[in-house]
Design a protein around this ligand. Structure first.
Ligand SMILES: Nc1ncnc2c1ncn2[C@@H]1O[C@H](COP(=O)(O)OP(=O)(O)OP(=O)(O)O)[C@@H](O)[C@H]1O
Ligand SMILES: [Mg+2]
Length: 622
């Protein structure tokens, strides 16, 4: 996993990242090819200006017979003659202006095409990349989400993809165009006068060395700047999400002080970076001016000595100006390029996250009978902090089994393992006597209907939240499921009924309403094994009694696992498994366990004598 304080990738690794990024352009290779051709065409068109100025001076403004005309000048002279523009210098100049206007228009038109193609290709490639990231996020094991803050994952899909977008859209094309332009200019210069060309190229070499040294020196400044910006982002993300806690515990001042501190640090680094940038660009400007001055000096001398025509001098000066532009542009895009490489690394690290925790088979067990077995299961979320220790139990098809135990005992963990959100370290979990690791993941998970502790609702209407996009579930089935769990009345009372929108996470519903919708969802999906994890903990006793009736019907003939803190809700199950600190302590029916006078008996007594768990006596008992 990429940590934001890691060194930026260099050398061969950067090249590998770029190659991998370019892979996303492969489906669009034709368009890329077209864009490259257009760049090759537009560069000479855009650099003909100085050559035309040379022709106008050497042919019409200050013709000097002591200097042979260049081939370009001869071509211009020939065509202006053919087209009848040689009668006077004015006519010749008009002809050259006409050529200039035409080449400029042609260059602009070609550049337009090139920009449209490049940006379309870039957007398509980024769309593909975003899709790949999302598809991958859906198959990464839940463990990844335990250890990765959501803010960081969101950054991959937004800021990091944007950084690539900036590079593909403007950076890459500018750099390529500029390199081609610079090459053309160098060729023109060598062609006009090799001495002046050598003088310019020497300055260019010095400037490139300067840029390289400066950039290496400022790398840490820009990296710190990025880190500090990331710190602001994650601080804001966390504090906006937890704003109600901030306000409830009147943390405003303290949190503001913390924010001011990181904001101030960012400002310091940003100012430092600004000074460095200003220094960089002024030095660059000075160096290019010195370069141009050298061209004027050497070129002027050559012209005075009659070794170079006036037109060639003016053209050389102009070309050397054009030559420095791409260099300034390329160095300006350097930051974009660096940021994009860093982003590419984080994105590809995410895409390289293994998709399953262990091996996954493809075995099919349909139709599912519903026999479950845990055989000497050991499991730890983190190395060797055993959360389940040598857990063994079986649940026969159609049996109803309840899990009880205090908070943190490992009940939800058992469900997580059954659904293979995590893989166990030792032992076996079997469904219909087949190790769940050999069963296809999709097939395994589609055998269970689960009502979890926290029901998650997506932003959208109620119907789509119950059927979750499954076409197999009709609207009538959705309504029937809602009726069965007694939430139909509430839904129908909403302004838009089943089409009413709920907020993300169901923020505009009560916890009990969310649980009932979760119930309706489980009912509508109608799978072989039912799992209820504290499914009625937020529902009032009256609705609970009604829902229990529906649940009883639902459990009929199905293997059912029920986790409940309220022991009154599980008395009618076939067996109760009591878990304590990740170990199974007792297994038996309600009656048998009470008769045993063990842990379950203590729990039961506490709940019915004190009415509610959580008292000191309760804690002592457990
Ligand atoms: N994703 C996780 N990463 C690391 N540890 C975890 C994770 N989820 C749970 N745990 C730890 O595993 C232990 C068992 O948690 P589990 O959620 O199974 O408890 P539970 O019996 O369901 O409790 P509750 O009745 O409160 O729901 C706890 O100590 C908890 O801190
Ligand atoms: Mg739990």
């Amino acid at each position: 996993m990429f940590h934001d304080n890691r060194e930026l990738p260099h050398g061969s690794y950067s090249r590998y990242l770029i190659a991998r990024l370019l892979h996303y352009l492969r489906p669009y290779s034709w368009q890329v090819f077209m864009a490259l051709i257009l760049t090759l065409v537009s560069a000479p068109l855009a650099t003909t200006g100085p050559l035309l100025i040379k022709a106008s001076i050497d042919l019409f403004l200050a013709p000097d017979p002591s200097h042979p005309l260049s081939r370009f000048d001869l071509h211009v002279a020939y065509y202006s003659h053919v087209m009848g523009f040689m009668a006077s210098p004015q006519q010749g100049i008009s002809f050259i202006i006409a050529i200039f206007v035409c080449t400029t228009f042609a260059a602009v038109a070609v550049q337009y095409g090139q920009i449209v193609i490049t940006e379309t290709v870039a957007q398509q490639a980024l769309r593909d990349l975003r899709q790949d990231i999302f598809i991958h996020l859906q198959v990464i094991p839940i463990q990844f989400y335990d250890r990765t803050p959501i803010g960081r994952i969101m950054t991959r899909l937004t800021t990091d993809v944007d950084a690539l977008s900036e590079m593909l859209n403007s950076g890459m094309i500018t750099i390529f165009t500029n390199v081609i332009m610079a090459l053309y200019v160098m060729i023109w210069m060598l062609w006009i006068n090799w001495l002046i060309a050598v003088v310019s190229l020497t300055t260019v070499a010095v400037i490139i060395v300067f840029i390289a040294l400066f950039r290496t020196g400022s790398r840490h400044v820009f990296r710190t700047l990025r880190l500090r910006a990331a710190a602001i982002n994650s601080f804001l993300q966390e504090h906006i999400a937890g704003m109600h806690v901030v306000q409830l515990f009147t943390r405003e001042e303290k949190d503001f002080a913390a924010f001011r501190h990181i904001n101030q640090e960012h400002w310091h680094t940003a100012t430092h970076a600004t000074f460095r940038n200003a220094l960089f660009y002024s030095t660059l400007q000075t160096m290019t001016s010195v370069g141009i001055a050298l061209v004027i000096w050497f070129g002027g001398n050559q012209t005075i000595r009659g070794r170079m025509s006036l037109g060639a001098l003016v053209a050389s000066i102009q070309l050397s100006q054009v030559l420095y532009e791409p260099i300034a542009e390329i160095s300006a895009k350097y930051n974009i390029f660096q940021a994009a490489i860093a982003s590419a690394e984080t994105i590809f690290t995410l895409l390289d996250e293994p998709v399953v925790c262990g091996t996954t088979g493809t075995l099919s067990i349909a139709p599912v009978r519903g026999r479950l077995e845990f055989r000497n299961v050991w499991f730890a979320y983190k190395d060797n902090e055993w959360c389940l220790k040598d857990v063994s139990f079986t649940v026969e098809p159609g049996e109803k089994v309840a899990f009880v135990g205090h908070t943190g005992a490992g009940k939800t963990t058992i469900i997580n393992l059954l659904l293979r959100f995590y893989d166990i370290q030792r032992g076996h979990i079997l469904l219909d006597d087949v190790d769940i690791r050999s069963i296809g993941l999709e097939e395994l998970r589609s055998s269970f209907s689960v009502v979890p502790q926290d029901v998650f609702l997506f932003a959208g209407d109620i119907t789509s939240n119950i059927r979750l996009g499954s076409k197999a579930i009709s609207r009538d089935q959705v309504k029937a499921a809602a009726r069965d769990v007694y939430i139909d009345e509430f839904i129908s009372g909403l302004s838009m009924g089943y089409d009413s929108e709920v907020l993300e996470r169901g923020a505009d519903l009560s916890a009990g309403q969310r649980q009932l919708i979760g119930f309706a969802r489980a009912l509508a999906f109608d799978r072989s094994i039912l799992i209820l994890d504290e499914a009625t903990s937020s529902i009032d006793p009256v609705t609970d009694a009604l829902v229990r009736d529906a649940v009883k019907r639902l459990m009929n003939g199905r293997t059912s696992l029920i986790i409940a803190h309220r022991l009154s809700t599980i008395q009618s199950v076939d067996r109760i498994i009591v878990i304590q600190k990740g170990e199974i302590r007792e297994i038996g029916s309600h009656r048998a366990l009470l008769a045993r006078r063990g842990l379950y008996h203590k729990l039961y007594q506490l709940q019915f004598e004190n009415n509610y768990p959580g008292t000191t006596a309760h804690k002592n008992a457990i």
